[in-house]
Design a protein around this ligand. Structure first.
Ligand code: BTN
Length: 268
């Protein structure tokens, strides 16, 4: 196993300007990289946290995130910006695209898709997830934290403890990976896309996202806090909202929710 190493991560970031704007925190163990970044002071820099292990790794919808020591990527990024209500959902969608691009750069692209809004799948197994958190402060001050969990060197094959619906890069490609290099690539890619989103809007990402749409034309159920609705998934619109064709032939747009494939109990 190659350990996480702050210098090694920074050395693999090509953009010198970005390198000097980063506050990088690397831990052996932390409760959650997202929770750590929530507690630090606001900064003009890009604050980053990654760890060998999370003791309280958090997933979406209140779930835990499997975070064993030394195997996978647990990475969070924090921006403090002056912005009125930003479209956080859109950021979560483009962060998914960043993961896809970085995986491509390291030779993993076959059968990789995104399940709206931002779960990364290999075939029908979940490979990576993203947890976005935002805190609105006074005077249009906004703190955004993007947490990325990617299964890298965990072996889920024959795993007794977990259901058989997780994938890792090790299981996909039968080799192990240096997480420092992948983390460096992710930081650069997410930062670039975030700036593009702020300056140009979401539309420029919509077509690329559609190329990886795991749910397209599938029967799904979307559950929100108060209700759930069935339909056929018809991709996203130019704002990143899911287009759901319902049984009365109406297409509705959804900003958020938990998607399950109809007839399946798989709730990753
Ligand atoms: C999901 O449920 O799909 C989202 C998983 C997000 C996990 C990552 S790991 C790094 C960061 N810290 C956390 O506690 N969660 C996110």
């Amino acid at each position: 196993m190659i350990s996480l190493n702050a210098e090694h991560i920074l050395n693999n970031i090509d953009d010198d300007n970005l390198k000097h704007k980063i506050n990088l925190n690397v831990f052996q163990e932390i409760d959650s990289t997202n929770s750590f970044l929530k507690k630090i002071d606001a900064s003009n820099n890009l604050s980053i946290c990654c760890a060998e292990q999370q003791t309280k790794g958090r997933g979406r919808h209140g779930r835990d995130w499997y975070s064993p020591y030394g195997e996978n990527i647990y990475l969070s990024l924090r921006w403090d910006i002056h912005r009125k209500n930003n479209n956080i959902e859109q950021l979560s969608i483009i962060a998914g695209l960043s993961i896809i691009e970085v995986l491509k750069e390291i030779g993993i692209s076959k059968d990789i898709t995104i399940k709206w809004p931002n779960d990364i799948y290999y075939q029908n197994k979940k490979l990576a997830g993203i947890l976005i958190e935002a805190v609105h402060g006074l005077n249009n001050f906004l703190t955004i934290i993007v947490g990325v969990g990617i299964n890298i060197n965990s072996n889920f094959e024959n795993s007794q403890n977990l259901e058989n619906n997780w994938a890792s890069l090790l299981n996909i490609s039968k080799r192990s990976f240096d997480r420092n290099i992948i983390i460096a690539k992710l930081i650069s890619n997410i930062q670039t896309k975030f700036m593009l989103l702020l300056n140009k809007g979401f539309e420029i990402f919509a077509d690329t996202w559609r190329d990886y749409d795991y749910l397209y034309n599938k029967n799904i159920t979307i559950t929100n806090v108060t209700s759930s609705i069935d339909g056929i998934s018809k991709g996203i619109n130019l704002c990143g909202e899911l287009q759901l064709l319902t049984s009365n032939n109406q297409t509705i747009s959804l900003k958020s929710g938990e998607v399950t494939l109809s007839g399946l109990t798989n709730k990753l």
